[in-house]
Design a protein around this ligand. Structure first.
Ligand SMILES: N[C@@H](CCC(=O)N[C@@H](CS)C(=O)NCC(=O)O)C(=O)O
Length: 201
């Protein structure tokens, strides 16, 4: 049995939880929910990941691996999920990296609002982070719609989780207003049972 340390609100954890469901392997992965933050790492996370971040996967013999991209690749291989098809591997990895970079900016903005004292905040930095997200969404629509509409893979799962996180934590920014094609795609992909079962809402 694998143990996955995570939290229902974490989009990085969600990517792995979706993979497990798409692989039909929920009976092989026990999900252990923890509360951790950059300012107060959970003790049970620190013992298996010095960075204090989730997700962490504890393998059956006791050793741990992180982060979400490493865990996804590992589980894909061990559960034979087929979510990194060889024929389009570099596209899947680039899409996954794009989604994770959207998350890095989006999660960073949330942490800043939550933890940084008001007087130390820097609006130009926020704008620059949001500009990264906007450029990534523009590129997804311009270059990636045909890939996104193909058979499900880990790149698609990562993008779906990233867009859902924008809805969850940055709904005021209304990304859907100017990204209609992505909006339609996201509505369809979130109807998949694996996505519906892991929704943070
Ligand atoms: N690159 C990492 C990012 C993981 C991450 O930042 N997770 C957040 C939860 S959404 C976390 O653990 N934050 C606690 C911290 O930053 O110490 C991954 O893909 O797993």
């Amino acid at each position: 049995m694998y143990q996955l340390l995570g939290s229902p609100a974490s989009p990085y954890v969600r990517k792995v939880r979706v993979l497990v469901r798409e692989a039909g392997a929920t009976d092989q992965v026990q999900e252990v929910m923890v509360a951790t933050s950059p300012m107060a790492s959970a003790a049970e996370v620190l013992t298996v990941n010095p960075l204090g971040k989730i997700p962490v996967l504890i393998r059956p013999e006791g050793s741990s691996i992180y982060d979400s991209r490493v865990i996804s690749r590992y589980l894909d291989q061990h559960l034979q999920a087929g979510l990194y098809p060889e024929a389009r591997l570099w596209e899947v990895l680039t899409l996954e990296a794009t989604a994770d970079a959207i998350l890095d900016a989006a999660v960073g903005l949330v942490y800043e609002a939550r933890f940084r004292p008001e007087a130390l905040r820097f609006p130009e930095w926020h704008d620059a982070q949001w500009a990264k997200i906007t450029r990534a969404l523009d590129t997804l629509e311009k270059r990636w719609m045909s890939h996104l509409s193909g058979p499900i893979d880990m790149g698609q799962i990562a993008v779906a989780c990233a867009l859902s996180y924008l809805d969850f934590r940055h709904d005021k920014r209304q990304w859907r207003k100017v990204h209609g094609e992505l909006d339609d795609w996201h509505t369809a992909v979130t109807a998949r049972p694996a996505m519906a079962d892991t929704s943070p809402f």
